[in-house]
Design a protein around this ligand. Structure first.
Ligand SMILES: [Fe+2]
Ligand SMILES: [Fe+2]
Length: 220
């Protein structure tokens, strides 16, 4: 049986979010007032979740792994610094598009698309790099219970709305087996009001037929 890791589910959620955001951004009509406003407004929470993910790794995961492989963590933190710079540049491009005059907004939107692509390219490569490097180190040095304890600390540190935001992207980013396993665990450990919120989120993010199958298999 495969061992648990702290990265697959959240990285799949991030990829689903980045693919979705990139697709909408590169097809947006920035000459249209409403479309421009919606597109930039939708990107702000995407940038914020990308930033949140690497802060959580730095605060909760990396300190646990540093004693076993200092060079690895130094390298990952250096990539995070680059990501921070790219996030700031993309955020500035969002602001520039929001405040552009209507006549220059299409050009500002095209620039924003380029900046987002640069961020997405680096970020996606970074995710794959983490999966290839830190996951095996953690498997070597932590038991399944140890990994579960770190996962628990991550969940405990997150505000409830943040957990729901990530869960929404997990619904869009994970396969059936992964969702059934995650929701079965949730069923066993969470109170009914929280489960009700999860059911609403599943119904909002999955096609009805797919959701019905997953819900039944998870006993939700
Ligand atoms: Fe990272
Ligand atoms: Fe990551």
């Amino acid at each position: 049986m495969s061992r648990p890791d702290l990265f697959t589910a959240i990285h799949k959620a991030i990829r689903a979010m980045v693919y979705d955001a990139g697709g909408r951004l590169q097809t947006a009509d920035f000459a249209d007032d409403r479309a421009a406003t919606t597109t930039t407004a939708d990107l702000i929470p995407v940038l914020s979740l990308l930033r949140e993910h690497h802060h959580t790794e730095e605060e909760i995961v990396f300190p646990q792994v540093r004693p076993f492989d200092e060079t690895l963590i130094d390298g990952l933190e250096a990539q995070h610094e680059t990501i921070e710079t790219l996030l700031t540049i993309a955020g500035d491009a969002v602001s520039a598009t929001e405040t552009a005059e209507p006549a220059s907004r299409p050009d500002a939107g095209a620039e924003l698309n380029k900046r987002f692509n640069e961020l997405a390219a680096f970020y996606l490569e970074h995710l794959a790099h983490e999966e290839q490097t830190i996951v095996p180190v953690m498997w070597e040095h932590f038991t399944d219970e140890g990994l579960a304890a770190i996962q628990k600390a991550i969940m405990a540190s997150a505000k409830p709305q943040l957990v729901l935001d990530w869960l929404g992207w997990m619904f869009r980013g994970l396969n059936r087996q992964e969702l059934v396993s995650m929701l079965s665990d949730a069923k066993a450990s969470l109170p009914e009001p929280a489960l009700e919120g999860i059911r609403d989120l599943g119904a909002a993010n999955l096609e009805p037929e797919r959701w019905a199958v997953i819900r039944e298999q998870a006993g939700l």
